[in-house]
Write a new protein. Structure first.
Length: 288
C-alpha cells in the first residue's frame, strides 16, 4: 500500500455515493498534510495498537496503518463502510468496525479486534458534537492509552490549555492535567474541510500517564470534585461544593477539608490551580 496513490475525496464520494450527514458532524478533511501532522504527533511505531474513531473515507486511516502495528478503525455511518472495506479490508494489520464507540467498553472492543497489544493510542478526527464524551471515554478507560492525538473544534482545544483564571479555564483544562500533559500541535482553518464548518479546528495531543500526577489522587473522585466546583463557576467554592446536592458530602466535612489544605472556601473555582484542586480532592477523599 506504500506505493498506492490515495484516491481523491471527490472520486471516492462519486464512486460510493457518499452524502455528508450534518447530524453526525461529518466534515471531511481536504488537506492530507494535516493527517501527516497528526500521525507524526502520535509518534507511532510498529509496537503501537491504534484506535481511530470516525474513519470517514479513510485518508487518516491510510497514514495510520502504514506506521502502526495494528489499527482498529471505527466508523458509525454504514454508508462509509464499502469505501473502507475496499481500501483496507485486505490489510492484515487493519480491522474495521461499524458502531458508536461510546456504546462499547474499550478493553472489550480492543481485546476482540486487535488483541495482544502492550501500547495503545488514539488517533482521530473527532465529530464536534461528541468530542468531550469521546475524550473522557478514552481518558477514563481501564485500558490505558499512552497518547491521544485528536482533531477538535479550536475553542475546545483552547479550553484544554487555558491558564488558571482565564475564562476558558475549567473542567476540561483540569481533566487534561489530571491524566497527563496536553498541547495544541496545529491550528486547522475551516477552509481545510468539506462541507466547510463555521469554526476553525486544531490538533490536540494528550501524553497520558498511568499513575496520577499527585500521590494518593483518585482520578475519578478528582473529576467529581472539579465538576461539582464548576457546576456554578460564578459562585464561591463554599457554595458550589458545600451545598451541592450532587456532591453528597456534609458542609462541615467539606469546610474541614478546605481548612486542612489552607484553601479559602470563599475563592472561585477558576482561581485554583491543578495542584490546589488535587490537594483538596485528596483531603476530601480522606474524609469520605
Amino acid at each position: 500500500m506504500d506505493g498506492d496513490k490515495a484516491p481523491s475525496l471527490r472520486e471516492l464520494c462519486q464512486r460510493y455515493g457518499i452524502r455528508f450527514k450534518k447530524a453526525l458532524g461529518q466534515n471531511l478533511l481536504l488537506d492530507d498534510n494535516i493527517n501527516r501532522i497528526m500521525v507524526e504527533a502520535a509518534a507511532l511505531t510498529h509496537e503501537d495498537y491504534v484506535v481511530e474513531v470516525g474513519a470517514g473515507l479513510g485518508a487518516l486511516t491510510r497514514r495510520i496503518c502504514r506506521n502502526a502495528g495494528m489499527l482498529l478503525s471505527v466508523e458509525i455511518d454504514p454508508s462509509f463502510m464499502p469505501c473502507l472495506e475496499d481500501q483496507f479490508g485486505h490489510l492484515p494489520n487493519v480491522r474495521l468496525f461499524r458502531g458508536d464507540i461510546l456504546n462499547h467498553e474499550l478493553p472489550k472492543l480492543v481485546a476482540e479486534h486487535i488483541p495482544g497489544g502492550h501500547s495503545h493510542k488514539l488517533v482521530a478526527n473527532l465529530p464536534y458534537y461528541i468530542t468531550t464524551p469521546i475524550l473522557f471515554h478514552f481518558l477514563e478507560s481501564p485500558l490505558f492509552f499512552s497518547r491521544l492525538v485528536v482533531m477538535m473544534q479550536y475553542e475546545v482545544g483552547e479550553r484544554l490549555v487555558a491558564p488558571v483564571g482565564a475564562e476558558d479555564y475549567g473542567v476540561l483544562t483540569l481533566a487534561g492535567q489530571c491524566f497527563g500533559a496536553v498541547d495544541v500541535v496545529h491550528k486547522v482553518p475551516a477552509s481545510c474541510f468539506v462541507p466547510r464548518p463555521k469554526v476553525d479546528s486544531c490538533i490536540v495531543r494528550f501524553r497520558c500517564t498511568e499513575e496520577p500526577p499527585v500521590s494518593g489522587l483518585d482520578r475519578r473522585f478528582f473529576m467529581k470534585v472539579v465538576r461539582a466546583a464548576f457546576s456554578q463557576r460564578r459562585k464561591t467554592l463554599r457554595n458550589s461544593l458545600a451545598v451541592s446536592p450532587g456532591f453528597g458530602m456534609a458542609r462541615e466535612v467539606v469546610l474541614d477539608a478546605f481548612d486542612a489544605c489552607g484553601i479559602d472556601p470563599g475563592r472561585r473555582p477558576q482561581s485554583l490551580s491543578f495542584e490546589e484542586f488535587a490537594g483538596l480532592a485528596v483531603a476530601l477523599r480522606e474524609r469520605t
